[in-house]
Design a protein around this ligand. Structure first.
Ligand SMILES: Cc1cc2nc3c(=O)[nH]c(=O)nc-3n(C[C@H](O)[C@H](O)[C@H](O)COP(=O)(O)OP(=O)(O)OC[C@H]3O[C@@H](n4cnc5c(N)ncnc54)[C@H](O)[C@@H]3O)c2cc1C
Length: 373
C-alpha cells in the first residue's frame, strides 16, 4: 500500500483504533474531509474483553459499521460467578450485546471509513501537532481540526496541554484466546479475592479470556488458579493468541479540548474494563463530536462527553467495591438470589434504561439485603 497524504484536511485524526475510526466515520457523515494516521498496521489488535453492550451496538449501527454476522456473537446479558455461586441477568427489553474479535471490528471499521472516503494512512506515527496541523516523518499536513484518538497514553493530550485530571486507581489486565466451543452467551465476570476474570465467546470455537488485578506481575495463567471455575473451562483448550497486557482504570481529565484540538476514546479518559463500555463510549463520543465540529462548539462536546462518561464511571466504581472482597462478593450474590429482581434492575442501570428514581428503591433493597445477609 502506498500512502500519499494530502497537504491539508479539514479533520486530521491521530490514531486509527476504534475511537479514531469512529471519529473519522462520523466526521465524514457530516461532510468533512478526513485523514486518519496510525503508527501500526491493520487489523490492529489490543487487550480487550471484546464485548459490546446494547448501546454500543446501537452506536455501531448508527455509524453504518457492519461486522459480518459470522464474526460476531449475540450476548444475552451478564453473569457474575464466584467459586460457589452465580447470578445472571439479561439485557432489558430483549436487547442484545455483541462480542467481536478486535481484529474483526477493526477490519469492519476501516472498511466503512474507506467506503465513505476517509483517507487512512497506516505505519504513520505522528510526531507533533501545532494549531496549523500535524507533523509526521514526511512533513506536515495542515488541518482545521485535530482529533487525538491515540489511546490512554495520548501524546496529543500532552502536546495540547490537556493532561490535568483525576489520578485513577490503575489495574493491570491481560487477555488471551482459547480454542473451545462457547459454553455461554453471557459476558461472564468471575470474582475472587485476588483478581477478576472475564470470559466472552467471540466465535463458534474461540473464547476471549481477560483478567484484571492490582498486581502488575499477575499473568493470566497464575490468575486463573485463583478462578477455579474459569480455569476448569479452559484448562485443556488450545491457546490461539499471544498474551496482551494493558492498564485499566477510571481516569478523567479536566478538559478534553483546546483551540482546534479535541480528544476522543481512551485519550479523552477511560472507564475501568470491568464495565465493558470503552468501545461503546467511544462510538457515542464520535457521533457527538462530529455534531459539535459542525457547529464549531467544542465546549458542548466537553459537556456531552461528561454526561456520556457519568453512568459507566459510576457503574465501574460500584462494581469495583466488590474487588478483593470475597465476603462482599458472596453476600451480593446471595442477595441477587434472594431478590431476583435486583440484578436485572442493576443491569438496566448499567445500560442506561433505568429511571434514577427506581434506582433509589433498588439501591435500598440491595443495601438492606447486604446488611441482613
Ligand atoms: C483488559 C481490557 C478489557 C476491555 N474490555 C472491553 C470490553 O469488553 N468492551 C469495551 O467496550 N471496552 C473494553 N475495554 C476498553 C477498550 O479496549 C478501549 O476503550 C478501546 O480500545 C479504546 O479505543 P481507542 O481507539 O481510544 O484506543 P486504542 O485502541 O488504544 O487505539 C489508539 C491507537 O492510536 C495509535 N497511536 C498512538 N499514538 C500514535 C501516534 N503518535 N501516531 C499515530 N498513531 C498513534 C495506536 O497505534 C492505536 O492504534 C477493555 C480494556 C481493557 C484494558
Amino acid at each position: 500500500m502506498s500512502f500519499s497524504l494530502p497537504g491539508a484536511a479539514e479533520v486530521f485524526v491521530v490514531g486509527g483504533g476504534p475511537a479514531g475510526l469512529a471519529a473519522a466515520i462520523a466526521a465524514r457523515q457530516h461532510g468533512f474531509s478526513v485523514v486518519v494516521a496510525d503508527g501500526m498496521e491493520p487489523p490492529i489488535d489490543k487487550a480487550c474483553g471484546e464485548g459490546l453492550l446494547p448501546d454500543g451496538v446501537a452506536a455501531l449501527e448508527r455509524l453504518g459499521i457492519q461486522v459480518p454476522a459470522s464474526e460476531t456473537r449475540a450476548l444475552r446479558g451478564i453473569r457474575f460467578l464466584t467459586a460457589e455461586q452465580s447470578a445472571d441477568a439479561s439485557f432489558p427489553d430483549g436487547n442484545y450485546g455483541l462480542s467481536i474479535r478486535r481484529t474483526s471490528l477493526h477490519r469492519a471499521m476501516a472498511k466503512r471509513a474507506e467506503q465513505l472516503g476517509v483517507q487512512l494512512t497506516w505505519r504513520t506515527p505522528i510526531s507533533g501537532i501545532s494549531h496549523e496541523g500535524v507533523y509526521l516523518a514526511k512533513g506536515m499536513v495542515r488541518a482545521r481540526w485535530i482529533i487525538g484518538a491515540d489511546g490512554s497514553n495520548s501524546r496529543v493530550r500532552r502536546w495540547a496541554g490537556l493532561n490535568r485530571g483525576s489520578r485513577p486507581r490503575f489495574r493491570y489486565a491481560f487477555r488471551r484466546h482459547f480454542r473451545i466451543a462457547p459454553w455461554t452467551d453471557y459476558m461472564e465476570v468471575y470474582w475472587s479475592g485476588k483478581c477478576q476474570g472475564y470470559a466472552t465467546a467471540v466465535s463458534s470455537d474461540q473464547v476471549c479470556i481477560a483478567l484484571a488485578s492490582e498486581d502488575s506481575r499477575l499473568r493470566l495463567e497464575e490468575g486463573l488458579r485463583a478462578l477455579p471455575r474459569l480455569r476448569e473451562r479452559v484448562d485443556q483448550a488450545e491457546i490461539v493468541s499471544t498474551e496482551r497486557g494493558a492498564i485499566t482504570g477510571n481516569c478523567q481529565f479536566d478538559r478534553i479540548w483546546r483551540k482546534n484540538v479535541a480528544l476522543i476514546g481512551d485519550a479523552s479518559g477511560t472507564v475501568d474494563a470491568i464495565v465493558g463500555e470503552g468501545l461503546g463510549l467511544a462510538f457515542n463520543q464520535a457521533v457527538t463530536l462530529a455534531q459539535c465540529l459542525e457547529t464549531g462548539d467544542l465546549e458542548r462536546y466537553q459537556r456531552e462527553h461528561r454526561k456520556l462518561a457519568l453512568r459507566p464511571t459510576w457503574m465501574a466504581r460500584l462494581m469495583l467495591t466488590l474487588d478483593r472482597r470475597p465476603g462482599l462478593q458472596r453476600r451480593t450474590l446471595q442477595v441477587f438470589r434472594r431478590h431476583p429482581e435486583i440484578f436485572p434492575r442493576l443491569l438496566e442501570l448499567h445500560v442506561g434504561t433505568l429511571p434514577p428514581l427506581d434506582l433509589v428503591t433498588d439501591g435500598l433493597a440491595l443495601g438492606w439485603g447486604l446488611l441482613t445477609t
